[in-house]
Design a protein around this ligand. Sequence first.
Ligand code: NAP
Length: 481
Amino acid sequence: MVSRVIPVDPFDLVIFGGTGDLARRKILPALYRRFRDGQMPDEARIIGAARADLDAGGYRTEIRAAFDEFLHEDERDDRMEAFLERLDYLPIDAMGDGGWPDLKEKMRDGAIQAFYFSVGPSLFGALAERLHSHGIARDDARIVVEKPFGRDLASAKELNATLAEHFDETQIYRIDHYLGKETVQNLMAVRFGNVLFEPLWNAQYVDHVQITVAEEVSVEGRGAYYDKSGAMRDMVQNHLMQLLCLTAMEPPSKFDPDAVRDEKLKVIRALDPVDPGDIVRGQYDGALGASYLDHAEDPASRTESYIAMKLHISNWRWKGTPFYLRTGKRLKARKSEIVVTFKETPHSIFDADAGSRANVLSIRLQPDEGMDLRVTIKEPGPGGMRLVDVPLDMTFAEALGPDAAHVPDAYERLIMDVIRGNQTLFMRGDEVEAAWAWTDPIIDGWQSRGDRPVTYDAGSSGPEEALMLLHRDGRRWRELS
Ligand code: NAP
């Protein structure tokens, strides 16, 4: 099966922060891959903007060097130069007034307008304001904003209000790149495109759900920055919360941005406050070199590099089914997955020693995106009725052909969705605020009680206390490796 590439309409995409790490490592490589696949029309134009005093030629040289670093060797073919030719650049200070008239001059009437704010959030207001005061942004322009979207409810509200002064909610694309992952969308296809799963997708049949985002990397090099947020703000409030919402939400009436986001919002609002005893926070020790405290450059830091928690959703579908979330740095493996463990059969007709197992659906986000469903079958052979678990592997390459082996990076899909004007995979302002409203009291509680994270061995599966969190419920975390 050959995947269809449908070209998008001509666009002018301005990347503020066009020389930064995100632009060099993610945004521009993603755009190049879409160009290479024929999705970008000839009239598409990309304009980098930052304070650096470059011209278009100098910018192309910078991005060529970035591509040498961040693209695979076999991607760097003759099409790379053709792509670089499309890049333009303007020196613009978000806080100043120089360069804006030149930008206005470059924008074309017939092309879709998109402005990617790949700069720190403190500049969002200045950019939004100047795009209007200089008469650049049209009413149908789109802006893309990156995380972190606030650090608590108050700052998220302020940011939303600032953007709302100049842009309508339908123009604002808040990126959470986890939502652009192929498997995350497949979760919706599997749930809502089949009759098989949805009748079982509730507390009556699901024993528990585990959502894991484990990283091997430490915070070395950005410890002082990371220490101001920690795992709760950096990962749980956004990425894990989004995965939880997609797993737990009711079927939307249609696959439409507001219908999907309304259902996600209801999940966040149905979350119970978390008992402090159901949360484990950790910091990695120095088993593999420097510890978290060394990297954070603050020997007294109480910020967590690991968090595990048990959540309950108070609605008809999920009352009684726990959702276990965990995420951390410097763990034994890099692995992100959503795992739905179903209940065991109510009665086994087989001998006790035949074994009885629960069906498990795992949705892998990384490293190798795919799904598998473990089902119980008879162990082959003449040795009587013994049961064994086998995976029904839904790694799509075999069924869908070699094209399915190339899974587009989340940024490729999300940027094309911006150009198409489809907000389904972007967070709405009220969703972000609801997630902070749930997160804030937890963080405030740690601060008022003066809670300290426990330590865990760098390169391990996390703190012992996190193992106990499940153990006391008679359950176990999935292996990380
Ligand atoms: P970065 O490497 O520090 O780049 C910042 C960019 O902003 C540079 O191009 C910089 O160029 C430009 N800039 C700074 N001040 C400016 C001003 N006053 N006017 C115009 N341009 C200005 O940061 P980054 O890692 O690319 O991150 C950008 C945003 O994405 C941040 O909000 C970050 O939190 C978010 N984000 C990043 C990642 C990632 O993997 N890097 C992941 C998720 C979210 P000049 O200094 O030349 O102006």
